[in-house]
Design a protein around this ligand. Structure first.
Ligand SMILES: Nc1nc2c(c(=O)[nH]1)N[C@@H](CN(C=O)c1ccc(C(=O)N[C@@H](CCC(=O)O)C(=O)O)cc1)CN2
Length: 282
């Protein structure tokens, strides 16, 4: 058996086309151009790439965007002042602060300064709370992208056993909640789970977000499972790999996301979707 490849790049391009059309309609009919402000603190090379890609993605669908690049030594209060100013700016419908932040800045305090109505990353405690209770909220982009990929591939989640490996606030915890909302039975695993393979082998749907290159091998996966790889790891030889050993696992999975070209392209697509949504709510 060799698994179906879940082509995130293709699915993302279909969604982006419809976002582009809705953006054009919003501008034409109501004179509102969705606007996104991205704040980047410091010089992290991967973050710089992601921020540039977010800026380009906005341009391609006809949204307004501005990027605020701040030096590494920016203080927490300077950063919060900028966020408060963006919160009052009528051109800006969505604000996101690229993570990770430098160590001297308290990430939670910064996220709390974003007005929930502009929280297109879905990280504010109000957004998280609304997501958990199933109320209207901006959903965090990577978890929302994972659910969209699974649904658009025609995979049923209701009644399935989903196992999530990783418990971060931006992927592991929220994706577990979204899988639960889709009526999956969810098990969360992490670095202190004993006998990880015994847990992951029970998964009909396995989501891996741990940031450890190729740690999930064929022995961790039940034949016929759907495998979603959230990892993006750059190896010393320059190759980009996921948290799943793709060649081994693709041979036994029913369907699998590649890295690159799986979950990654959906993250920015869901950001565009949230930004459009924020502008539509005006
Ligand atoms: N404020 C936020 N910070 C971070 C988030 C986030 O959602 N909001 N997520 C990640 C980084 N991220 C977006 O910011 C992100 C990661 C990966 C990709 C992506 O398209 N990956 C490609 C490969 C890209 C490459 O060549 O390096 C893929 O998997 O195909 C997009 C966005 C942490 N920070």
């Amino acid at each position: 058996m060799s698994g179906r490849i879940i082509d995130g790049k293709h699915i993302a391009s279909i969604i982006r086309e419809s976002i582009k059309q809705e953006t054009e309609k919003l501008i034409e009919e109501r004179g509102i151009q969705p606007g996104l402000a991205v704040v980047l603190v410091g010089e992290d090379p991967a973050s710089q790439v992601y921020v540039r890609n977010k800026e380009r993605a906005c341009q391609k669908v006809g949204m307004y965007s501005e990027v605020h690049r701040l030096p590494e030594h920016t203080s927490q209060s300077e950063l919060i002042q900028l966020i408060e100013r963006l919160g009052r700016d009528e051109r800006i419908h969505g604000i996101l602060v690229q993570l990770p932040l430098p160590a001297h800045i308290d990430e939670k305090a910064v996220i709390a300064a974003i007005p929930p109505a502009k929280d297109v990353d879905g990280f504010h405690p109000v957004s998280v709370g609304n997501m958990v209770i199933g109320d209207e909220a901006f959903l965090p982009c990577t978890p929302a992208g994972i659910i969209e990929l699974i649904k658009r591939t025609g995979i049923e989640l209701a009644g399935k056993h989903a196992v999530v490996v990783g418990r971060s606030n931006i992927v592991g915890k929220p994706v577990s909640m979204l899988l639960l909302h889709e009526h999956a039975t969810v098990t969360m695993c992490h670095s202190r789970t004993p006998d990880l393979a015994a847990m992951t082998r029970q998964a009909d749907v396995l989501v891996v977000a741990v940031g450890r290159p190729e740690m999930i091998k064929a022995e961790h996966v039940k034949p016929g499972a759907v495998v979603i790889d959230v990892g993006v790891n750059r190896l010393p030889d320059g190759r980009l790999v996921g948290d799943v050993d793709y060649d081994e696992v693709a041979a036994i999975a029913e369907a699998i996301t590649p890295v690159p070209g799986g979950v990654g392209p959906m993250t920015i697509t869901m950001l565009l979707k949230n930004t459009l949504q924020a502008a539509l709510r005006i």
